[in-house]
Write a protein that binds this ligand. Structure first.
Ligand SMILES: [Mn+2]
Length: 371
């Protein structure tokens, strides 16, 4: 598969774009492999049709960037300098036509755009490269998939740590703290979102907040978590049964969610519509009598962020492509009673869905994890 930088240069030739200006750090990472959060400073990748691309970094990052973005000409600025003057001077030095610009309309601030317009008064800033990159990011290449598989491995590890921390009386917040502490000790510096651990009826809110609730026997424990690994996110949910024997009601809800999850996983085909996949899981839960308690979409895309495109939901007739990454996460939420969700993320392939996470999914998962 062609690398992102080359694909964008091809697009520039086709669309007659002279310059692509990227300053969303995720997009900069996507085209250069250099990842950084510059905060209020400027980080930019600047691409041309026939010239070596430029990477503009704060001076303190120049050496790090040189090690990674080897195909770029790297230049930088000090905090005491005006970054725009340096960028403009560098571009003028290039002596190439800079008539048509592609910019990130969802990211470039009005202030920065005005500075560019002032420096290049006869240029057109009309091409929105954000949507192009968003579409490119829908499909991951084999290297990206390999990294995401590792991110999934660490999410599985985090679930195991969480399961082992469970005991009567422990609070949700304490379990969260234990997971994140142990992950940091293992070198995972960032979770992909706030770790969620919810006990019993607290899990009936799909986006609940862990707090002081103490764990009691014979409750469900919902874990929803993920890590950032080499710039990519993982995301997994397991609902564990903590106790001796689930009630018939608990089993009914759990197994219905699990069937919806399993049937949706098995139904994934390259070329099917996202909405059709959502319908597979939704139908299982509706037939089981709990349709109105599955009150969110089946899944979301993920990659460098934990919520990207595509949305796996009713109304989205986008075709699922080979290499598209997304979650399958049906749930049933009965207010004041129980909440159950089972989630795996993976990608569509000609052989079907390939999951990034491997933690078992049955109602006895807790026992399997603490073995
Ligand atoms: Mn998710």
């Amino acid at each position: 598969m062609q690398m992102p930088l080359n694909r964008i240069v091809d697009l520039m030739k086709k669309q007659d774009i002279d310059i692509v200006f990227l300053n969303n750090p995720r997009n900069v990472f996507y085209v250069s492999s250099y990842m950084s959060d510059p905060h209020e400073r400027i980080l930019a990748a600047i691409l041309f049709k026939d010239e070596k691309p430029l990477l503009f970094t704060p001076a303190l990052e120049e050496n790090d960037a040189k090690k990674i973005a080897s195909e770029y000409d790297i230049f930088s600025y000090l905090d005491t300098e005006n970054p725009w003057e340096i960028i403009v001077a560098k571009l003028q030095e290039k002596n190439v036509p800079l008539k048509r610009w592609a910019i990130e309309k969802d990211f470039l601030t009005v202030e920065r755009l005005e500075a560019l317009k002032e420096a290049f008064p006869s240029a057109a800033f009309d091409f929105n490269i954000s949507t192009t990159i968003q579409d490119m990011r829908l499909v991951k290449n084999p290297q990206e998939l390999a990294i995401m598989k590792k991110a999934g491995y660490w999410a599985d590890q985090a679930l195991q740590i969480g399961a082992k921390a469970l005991r009567e009386g422990i609070t949700e917040a304490e379990v969260v703290a234990e997971i994140e502490y142990q992950m940091k000790r293992r070198g995972i510096s960032e979770m992909s979102f706030d770790t969620m651990v919810l006990f019993g009826e607290n899990a009936a809110s799909p986006h609940g907040t862990p707090g002081e609730k103490k764990l009691q026997k014979n409750q469900f424990v919902l874990f929803d978590l993920g890590v950032m690994y080499e710039g990519y996110a993982s995301d997994v949910t397991r609902t564990l049964f903590f106790g001796d024997e689930p009630t018939e009601h608990q089993k009914e809800i759990y197994n219905l969610v699990l069937s919806a999850h399993d049937e949706a996983m098995a139904a994934v085909r390259v070329g099917m519509k996202a909405s059709a996949l959502d319908a597979v899981a939704r139908n299982v839960i509706a037939v089981g009598g709990y349709g109105k308690y599955f009150n969110h979409r089946l899944g979301h895309g993920l990659g460098q962020g934990v919520h990207e495109f595509p949305s796996i939901m009713e109304g989205n007739d986008m075709e699922i492509l080979d290499g598209m990454c997304f979650s399958i996460e049906p749930g049933i939420y009965l207010p004041g009673d129980v909440g159950v969700r089972v989630e795996d993320c993976g990608y569509a392939s000609p052989e079907g869905f390939v999951s990034f996470t491997e933690t078992p999914t049955g109602i006895a998962t807790y026992l399997e994890l603490i073995k």
